[in-house]
Design a protein around this ligand. Structure first.
Ligand code: ZN
Length: 217
């Protein structure tokens, strides 16, 4: 049975099915997801996760992996999951045609494979964009689209306490939390968040466990 199978509705009857949360998960758990890395802040994030025995899912940008292959390998070695977040994460990616978008995904798949030996089945679109092009591209590449249902606003809000509240107020079982391993502030908030989860007996699960899906081919 598939639960928490959300649908991002788009105009012209195109749609992308995406996994955004799973309130029916049997254990008390949430999923931490980290986008846009790897970069220098990823190292600190990995240390904090390890300290709390927590696991996350990292949606990596292809060109960032090429820039920081050693950090990328650390993500894998520490037992976290990795997914595809395009090669360039362009601001104009919503204007790309299908072939160009497919190329963004495939190029990143290859880089992930090169540095980890894994063929990831997970994809998260930059900025959460959903348009007919993305829908068509994903039909071709056949990735599972992983969304989120809880934004931290860690890239836009400069206050640790406000970000912490955005994440934790009314946090529910099976929520998928969107974070970024590109920001110093995220590491600071993560430590508080993991303490909060520990105090409330909430564990962290990775995306494959949360949705009972396969992450790698
Ligand atoms: Zn992103």
């Amino acid at each position: 049975m598939i639960t928490g199978y959300g649908v991002l509705v788009m105009k012209a009857q195109y749609f992308i099915r995406s996994y955004s949360n799973n309130p029916h998960i049997s254990n008390k758990a949430v999923a931490l997801t980290f986008d846009d890395g790897p970069n220098e802040h990823t190292v600190e994030i990995l240390k904090i996760l390890e300290r709390y025995h927590a696991k996350g899912t990292f949606f990596c940008i292809g060109k960032q992996i090429k820039e920081h292959p050693e950090i990328f390998k650390q993500i894998i070695e520490k037992g976290h999951l990795v997914g595809n977040h395009t090669y360039g994460h362009s601001k104009y990616i919503d204007l790309y045609g299908v072939n160009r978008f497919v190329n963004e995904i495939r190029k990143t798949d290859q880089i992930i494979k090169e540095f980890s030996g894994k063929s990831t089945l997970l994809f998260r679109p930059p900025y959460g964009i959903t348009n007919p092009t993305v829908a068509k591209a994903l039909k071709i590449t056949k990735h599972k689209v992983i969304g989120w249902n809880r934004r931290s606003f860690d890239t836009t809000i400069p206050s640790e306490s406000v970000i912490f509240k955005k994440i934790t107020s009314n946090l529910k079982n099976g929520d998928v939390i969107l974070l970024h391993d590109t920001k110093k502030i995220t590491a600071a908030v993560l430590e508080q968040l993991l303490l909060f989860l520990q105090q409330n007996n909430v564990t962290t699960v990775m995306i494959d466990e949360l949705f009972s899906i396969q992450a790698y081919e």
